[in-house]
Design a protein around this ligand. Structure first.
Ligand code: KIV
Ligand code: ZN
Length: 512
């Protein structure tokens, strides 16, 4: 079995999904989970792009042990310095530097001659290699670059010290057989390719990211860049869970192994979804609600007679036996914190106490608390830690003969503000009251409600997407009360907007 290295870029490319921003604490907690999952490399961020990104890389480098911590840098000194500085406390680290190599990017975006691009790439790799032991180089828009030019630049950056060469399908343009042949041609054409590992980074614009990555592996790639739930720029990146399970299930055809503990897949997927507020589509392979449910009578009958008739892997193999009842009010703090630990969720004392309080409230309301509820509680607490706005109180008057009216109290930087408003329905009234308090002009783009766990007393998870100042901000909130969940989701999106404004401010100060 040959080893395939899993490079997870959920915290970097994944976070580039519109609306998927995470704060430093959330990134740190998620990086701990990625380490438990067994990823070989965690790309923690793009440190030059904002002080928050820098800090996330720094905290992850200091505290997350096991995987190599990578930081992204354009092929310029100031980016490489930031990548170096932010990862200096990591156990193992890597600088990942890139420059575009396709004719269209070089001509219109970089406005540079190919020879200058080669020089810049070589200088950047040399500079980075003097700072850290491991340098990865990516020719951006690799699949639309000319093969001979790629071969030339790759040979030169390997000579300059790069030991990982990553070929990105930046715009998700390639198709499997073409990509496989391209990878083979690079491996055969670069004279010193034996001195580096070839990696691929596939985007999913045509829904082919996982297929392209597998084709590349079969043609010699030994590192794949992936994200949890396939999040990432535009249509996203290759999904870790799909790629890893394809390798696992089809070992007969794909004789490769990874370091991933597949039983951590479901946890990791749920945890990400609750942090960023992107619901997982029901039909999503491996982690969607329907991925292991059998609806038709013929299928059910078959599965009962022999599971393998309609199931190619077990739910347990991806850690999906977790949604069973685990806790109730009487589990106490000990049972609660023990289960969090088992799920790989860690909180510091103050947040743990608050989370326990929230757990007791939920246990009182619905008696049975599921693992999925615990993810919601933990991500709520992580979100609250740095929140500018906190929902303190709300009251609704509504009915089929009444004008829906809401009174809402919000803590803004710990100061109480209260307003009342009417709306088309109770949720609209709450949103209007919040708008009056914050004075922020918002446009509601999307609103969805999903039950997190089974039963009539399930926690409802609301996701909203707001347009503010022309940008999209996603928010997530949960409660056994849908109106409360909606208010929390709305406030959560406003907090992401506030964090965005703050990081813009920090960036301005940093540049001065
Ligand atoms: O898609 C891309 O080209 C990237 C590179 C920075 C690797 O994300
Ligand atoms: Zn990318």
């Amino acid at each position: 079995m040959e080893r395939i290295y899993i490079f997870d870029t959920t915290l970097r490319d994944g976070e580039q999904s519109p609306g998927a921003s995470m704060d430093v604490d959330q990134k740190y907690e998620f990086a701990l989970q990625l380490a438990r999952l067994g990823t070989d490399v965690i790309e923690a961020g793009f440190p030059i792009s904002s002080p928050q990104q820098f800090k996330a890389c720094k905290v992850i480098s200091e505290k997350v042990k096991g995987p190599t911590i990578a930081a992204l840098a354009r092929a310029v000194k100031k980016d490489i310095d930031a990548a170096n500085e932010s990862t200096k406390d990591a156990e193992k680290r890597r600088i990942h530097t890139f420059i575009a190599t396709s004719p269209i990017h070089m001509k219109y975006k970089l406005k540079m001659d190919p020879d200058d691009v080669v020089k810049m790439a070589v200088d950047a790799v040399k500079y980075a290699r003097n700072l850290v032991p491991e340098v990865e180089f990516s020719p951006e828009d690799g699949t639309r670059s000319e093969l001979q030019f790629l071969i030339r630049i790759i040979e030169k950056v390997i000579d300059a010290g790069a030991s990982i060469i990553n070929i990105p399908d930046t715009v998700g343009y390639t198709i499997p057989r073409e990509f496989g042949a391209f990878i083979k041609a690079i491996i055969e054409g670069v004279p010193n390719m034996d001195k580096a590992i070839l990696s691929v980074h596939c985007h999913n614009d045509l829904g082919l990211a996982v297929a392209n990555s597998i084709e590349a592996i079969q043609n010699g790639a030994r590192q794949v860049e992936v994200t949890i739930n396939g999040i990432g720029e535009r249509a996203g990146n290759a999904a870790l869970e799909e790629l890893v399970m394809a390798l696992n299930v089809r070992k007969d055809f794909l004789p490769y192994e990874t370091g991933i503990d597949t039983t951590q897949i479901y946890n990791t997927s749920r945890f990400l979804s609750s942090i960023i507020g992107f619901p997982i589509p029901r039909n999503k392979p491996i982690v969607g609600d329907n991925a292991f449910s059998h609806e038709s009578g013929i299928h059910q009958d078959g599965v009962l007679k022999k599971r393998e008739t309609y199931e190619i892997m077990t739910p347990q193999s991806v850690g999906r036996d977790a949604s069973t009842l685990v806790l109730g009010r009487h589990s106490g703090m000990h049972g609660f914190s023990k289960r969090l630990k088992e799920l790989g969720l860690s909180l510091e004392k103050e947040e743990l106490d608050k989370a326990y309080k929230q757990f007791l409230e939920i246990a009182d309301r619905k008696k049975e608390v599921f693992d999925d509820d615990l993810y919601v509680i933990v991500s709520d607490q992580l979100g609250h830690k740095t929140a500018k706005y906190v929902l303190d109180y709300f009251n609704i008057q509504s009915g089929n003969m009444a004008v829906p009216t809401a009174t809402v109290r919000i803590l803004e930087d710990n100061e109480k503000h209260e307003e009342a408003a009417v709306g088309d329905g109770p949720v609209d009234a709450v949103f209007n009251a919040i708008d009056r308090i914050t004075g922020i002009k918002t446009k509601l783009l999307e609103y969805s409600v999903q039950a997190v766990t089974p039963g009539r007393k399930a926690i409802g998870e609301v996701s909203v997407s707001l347009e503010i100042d022309g940008k999209k901000f996603v928010g997530r909130g949960s409660s056994t009360d849908i109106i409360e969940a909606s208010a929390r989701a709305y406030v959560n999106a406003l907090n992401r907007y506030a964090a965005f404004l703050e990081s813009k401010e920090e960036l301005k100060e940093a540049k001065v």
